[in-house]
Ligand binder design. Structure first.
Ligand code: SF4
Length: 236
């Protein structure tokens, strides 16, 4: 993927960015979704553009049952036909997390075998990944670009500029169902052992890996450590 690709989509965001990407890279662009608290917005935009677009869900084996139930509800409500449920490698689990407690001893390694490795495998053959990260989530996401190139793939973040209010307004405007855990105080939702209630629009990911320095699972990091953005040649 060449950086000249940035010029084709310069100035676009939200649905205006997502639709041409799904059209221009049909079959070669994969949406990655956690079916978490804010996922309905991007998934709704995807459903309006192409209901058969590939959507990858990493089923770590550690999700809340409410997330799995919400996944089924959203797939049905939005008519998505391209959802792929990806699971960790059986050999990795047997060798490194046979009793399922690795998250409590080495969360980075747990994320590596339950999320990063399965995703890398699932993305084989795709040239573009699309996710729903936003700058308002802060930390490493605060400077998120709408487009970047990492590991030879175009990464697209159509919702980078959305605020918490924008999410709420979009969900209301399109009558989208809320993740059930958001109604009992969870602002951001990942795996059950690593997610606590809490968080707010000022610190949305406060409930994720609470009490530890970890703030990301690693699936958005690059393998070779280099990301090319429209404004810089290479960011490490
Ligand atoms: S979020 Fe927690 S349980 Fe899920 S893969 Fe990462 S460490 Fe494991």
């Amino acid at each position: 993927m060449d950086r000249s690709i940035f010029e084709s989509y310069a100035g676009l965001e939200g649905r205006q960015l997502l639709e041409p990407i799904l059209r221009d890279f049909a079959g070669r662009a994969a949406v990655v979704s956690s079916f978490g608290a804010e996922s309905a917005v991007l998934l709704h935009m995807v459903s309006e553009a192409d209901k058969a677009a590939p959507v990858i869900f990493l089923d770590t084996g550690k999700h809340f049952w409410e997330t799995l139930s919400y996944r089924a509800k959203l797939i049905d409500r939005l008519g998505l036909t391209g959802v792929r449920i990806i699971t960790p490698g059986a050999a990795d689990l047997a060798a490194q997390d046979a009793d399922g407690t690795l998250h409590g001893q080495n969360a980075d390694q747990c994320c590596h075998i339950r999320k990063t490795l399965p995703l890398q495998k699932a993305l084989d053959g795709f040239d573009v990944t699309i996710s729903g990260r936003k700058r308002y989530h802060g930390a490493a996401r605060a400077t998120l670009d709408f487009l970047s190139i990492a590991d030879g793939r175009l990464k697209v973040e159509p919702l980078a500029g959305f605020s918490a209010l924008d999410i709420t307004a979009y969900m209301k405007a399109h009558d989208l169902p809320a993740h059930p855990l958001t109604e009992i105080g969870y602002f951001s939702i990942g795996c059950e052992p690593c997610t606590k209630p809490g968080g707010s629009s000022a610190d949305p990911r406060a409930g994720r890996w609470a009490g530890s320095a970890k703030s990301e699972c690693g699936i958005h990091w690059t393998v070779n450590g280099k990301t090319v953005t429209p404004s810089s040649r290479a960011r490490h």
